[in-house]
Design a protein around this ligand. Structure first.
Ligand code: ZN
Length: 106
């Protein structure tokens, strides 16, 4: 059995555990309800922890957690096909001429 994750946020840990559960990795959440002991113990010893039961699953669990924690990929900026204005990836339409990203230059 190996600890693969620890964080102050029990809700976040519970969510990550559900990610591992969904992937079929046997795991358990420890310290989820020790919040009341904070102040008597070193804080990070009270943090909720996710433990994977089978050592063989550890690498996969760590990868799943890393993927779940990664920020969503940013859409790259694009250039308006009509006027050439540079538009941030979050926007689908040119603020200057109203063309959309998918409009052809013609
Ligand atoms: Zn434009």
């Amino acid at each position: 059995m190996k600890r693969v994750y620890s964080a102050a946020d029990a809700v976040h840990c519970g969510w990550l555990k559900s990610v591992l559960d969904a992937a079929g990795i046997p795991c358990l959440l420890r310290n989820a309800y020790l919040g009341g002991a904070v102040g008597e113990l070193p804080v990070n010893e009270c943090w909720p922890e996710i433990w994977v039961l089978e050592d063989a699953d550890v690498a996969r669990a760590e990868r799943l957690i890393r993927e779940a924690e990664a920020p969503p990929a940013e859409t790259p900026a694009w250039h308006c096909p009509r006027c050439g204005e540079r538009i941030e990836g979050a926007f689908a339409q040119c603020w200057q001429c109203g063309a959309t990203r998918d409009d052809s230059a013609g």
